[in-house]
Design a protein. Structure first.
Length: 356
């Protein structure tokens, strides 16, 4: 079966990000995903049902509300466990599992960034030299997909400027405020050493989307009051390519220092929680997109909890449990303990911000 090719605009302005409506791209990907669920259910290790997936409750950590969901199969049926390595600079190994080995019915479409178009379109021309959009066969939530930049190029799991740009562009063009695009580096819960981002649907407003910020430089901010210290880049006057260059500058600092990291790209709600800025910064426009970047301790140095693992979802405020009966064990004190241990301390984080 021929895999469709979706062409998307290469050049995206900040103004386009302020229009958060269901778009051609999100509708088409949603329909493709549903088609695999109905026509090829065996492509998934499990399907999400009311028996194995759902929402439980919330927990407040200071001013922030964390959401607790459950997914009974996610952790014991994943394709691979997290990668054990002494470094985040792990070379790509073609003999190990990689996304060039997935089944054809797991691939939804190819994606092409086109500098000559302003709209999304679909054609039957397809080639593996483009980006690949595939199902995650162990879904965290509905429409959980993999975004694999130039899969056939066999990049290892280290972010590039182009991958950041692709992630931001995908979020904006999806127009879906419930969509999140995320990345885990090696030693920060990545399970496959083949460059990929993930996108998934979460119907909750996450605390990282409203948390107050302090300005550092240009479009770079830090969380003013959040359980895990992190950098936040706002899409303001610049276009997506310019923003991605700024984000990648910070990523490169972390890569050069071999510091594991997690990233979430999300629509923000800066109107409900104003930025914590000095008076001279008040003229800056609000942003509808946040790129959140957390340097973290390596997995083998983290305090791994029996119920909460501090991966990208948990750090951003979305706690996933494998057993709904464990919900009473996930107390505010336990979450604070786990998250504080995952993130860098003030001295370590200040050293990072001084290099940006």
């Amino acid at each position: 079966m021929e895999v469709p090719l979706i062409s998307i605009p290469k050049h995206i302005s900040a103004n386009r990000a302020k229009v958060q409506d269901a778009t051609f791209l999100s509708t088409l990907i949603g329909l493709m995903y549903e088609d695999v669920e109905h026509q090829h259910p065996d492509a998934f290790k499990y399907l999400l049902t009311t028996d194995n997936f759902g929402s439980l409750c919330t927990r407040n950590i200071g001013r922030h509300t964390f959401f607790i969901d459950y997914n009974k199969n996610r952790f014991n049926m994943k394709r691979c466990g997290h990668i054990s390595s002494d470094t985040t600079h792990l070379s790509f190994e073609k003999d190990n599992f990689n996304f060039n080995k997935i089944k054809s019915n797991e691939i939804l479409c190819y994606l092409k960034q086109d500098a000559d178009t302003d709209i999304c379109s679909v054609s039957t021309e397809s080639t593996e030299t483009y980006h690949t959009i595939a199902i995650n066969n162990c879904p965290l939530s509905p429409e959980h997909i993999l975004i694999i930049p130039e899969a056939s190029a066999c990049y290892n799991q280290m972010l590039t400027k182009e991958a950041v740009e692709l992630g931001v562009s995908y979020l904006i063009l999806s127009g879906n405020p419930d969509l999140r695009v995320v990345f885990n580096s090696i030693k920060a819960f990545a399970s496959v050493n083949h460059l990929h981002l993930q996108a998934y649907i979460c119907p909750h407003r996450l605390p990282v989307e409203t948390a107050k910020l302090k300005h550092v430089t240009h479009s770079c901010y830090v969380f003013a009051d959040y359980p895990v210290r992190g950098l936040v880049y706002l899409l303001q006057e610049e276009n997506v390519e310019q923003l991605s260059k700024q984000v990648y500058k910070a990523v490169k600092v972390l890569q050069d220092k071999d510091i594991p990291h997690n990233m979430m790209i999300t629509f923000a709600d800066d109107t409900s929680s104003p930025l914590q800025q000095s008076e001279q910064d008040k003229s800056r426009p609000s942003s509808s997109v946040r790129v959140c970047l957390w340097p973290v301790h390596p997995i083998d140095e983290m305090k791994l909890d029996a119920y909460v693992r501090p991966a990208i979802c948990e750090i951003s405020g979305h706690i996933i449990l494998s057993d709904p009966e464990d919900v009473d064990k996930v107390t505010e004190e336990r979450l604070i303990d786990v998250l504080n241990a995952a993130g860098l301390n003030e001295e370590e984080f200040s050293e990072i911000t001084s290099l940006i």
